[in-house]
Design a protein around this ligand. Sequence first.
Ligand code: DON
Length: 587
Amino acid sequence: MDRHPPQVPRTHASRGRSPGLRAGLAVILLSVAGSLCAQAILEGERHHPEQGRKGMVVTSHDLATDAALEVLKNDGNAVDAAVTAGFVLAVVQPRSGNIGGGGFMLFAPGDGGPVEAIDYREKAPAAATETMFQDNDGNAVPNRSRFTHLASGVPGTVAGLALALERHGTLSLPEALAPAIRLARDGFIVPARFTEGLEQARDRLQRWPASRATFYREDGSPWPPGERFRQPELAATLQRIADQGTRGFYEGKTARLIVEEMQRNDGLITAADLKDYQPSIRKPVRGTYRGYEVFSMSPPSSGGTHILQILNILEHYPLAELGHNAADTLHYMAEAMKLAYADRSKFLGDTDFVDVPLDGLLDKAYAAELRKNISVDKTRPASELQPGNPNAFESPETTHYSIVDRRGNAVSNTYTINFSYGSGITVTGAGFLLNNEMDDFSAKPGEPNAFGLIGGEANKVEPGKRMLSSMSPTVVRKNGRNFLVTGSPGGSRIITTTLQVILNVIDHNMNIQSAVDAPRMHHQWLPDAIFIEQGFSPDTLRLLEDRGHTVKTTNAMGAIQSVLIGEDGTLYGGADPRRSTSSAKGY
Ligand code: DON
């Protein structure tokens, strides 16, 4: 799983500044020529974000960035570019790019018009039941919701991207699919990260003959860096979408292959589940922070709600004065995060099925009430802290990309198959991986999911329901205009990662690249510890421990891809060095 990638923040392997420095080449360069020399060259660029005047694309893969930027240069808009990038990532980054999963897209028009959210999260199949992930004694069976055919929700990506294009795009679906089809059919040169990922997931994927045949060579080894990797079955699957629209996925041959895959392996997804799948247009959650407007994903994601809740709590503290990653600042952040994640465990779920007290959770008065629980000099143990009462105030891979076009239109998109390579199961004959998103439901109330997140009744499994997410595509506006476009993978850490980039920009006045690079912390109520990346001062950590915090160092958290729009309209891209294939390119 890539939620604990064996990487720490490091220099940029591919910043996409020079057209010649393609991801594969850059990675080979790093390993062959020795990292010291390459790092020295790249270090010099570290805190200068990629700039452009007319368009900016920031994704986790150079080939997706290139394809989307090409669309912008040909006068396509941000949604055209985003849909193109989504399909390309499904080809070049199978660990998270997908057509077998789902996600959320925020579209923020450049003229300041209403921000729209497209919810294309997977849904539980009609035959799903509340206890399907429990044994006869009522105990949760984690492997069932993670590594079997029962783990998959009905995929939403194809319908979601097609809907975005239909509502806001100018390209046809075949045009938006063309680069992806070409890369699947003709292949692409694999970067080291591609090989490393498949090596790590080898046992999990090779349990399934179709996954082995699709992603590995005959001797069972992954394609090494520098070799060309082709996916003819995936090319044909994508071509059917180009030829027949969404029906080319949700009906016809691809649907039949999915259903046969399910029937052979006791899965639940039926032809009717596929045919019935519809994405939803939602109103994003909206809040304010120090005069900025923050729009982010509403339920069935918890992400936007809790980013706003934490911002509401923190707004009271002079974070800029206290200092970036200073002990006081980190203490307040941790205490605020704990309160929000405790509420998440109880109140959040799919609003098509349960009432979520959103108005209360987002209310600044509720934040003020919660703030009374925060002491300056002592942490409050998680065990003493329970979900609050917002009703009283009723008034581990995923990938994110951010795109802005020359009219200032912004797209913030996060989509996923949950773990790296999802369930590990490839649809036989169709060449794509299925999600294991059902693990994001609560197998039973109080039981943690793979990310240690506790869920309640509100997030129990129900037929047709969407499982709770943390994905937080976010757009911040200043004086009514798009200002910051951001979001991240990272499971439970998505919320805190996205939050910290907002704080780094607004409170700590960092440029977007520095805001993305800066070492991050995370607290999710349970387990009761502050998780930190490398790069914090030991003195600071001692001060936190003095206040009663448990501090644990962890691997890199999140991979946030962001665009910032300067006052004069200059676009600044910040790609996350925590993923070696990340790239920001503008023109
Ligand atoms: O929707 C969610 O919150 C999770 N399924 C996301 C998983 C994730 O980010 C894994 N990646 N790093």
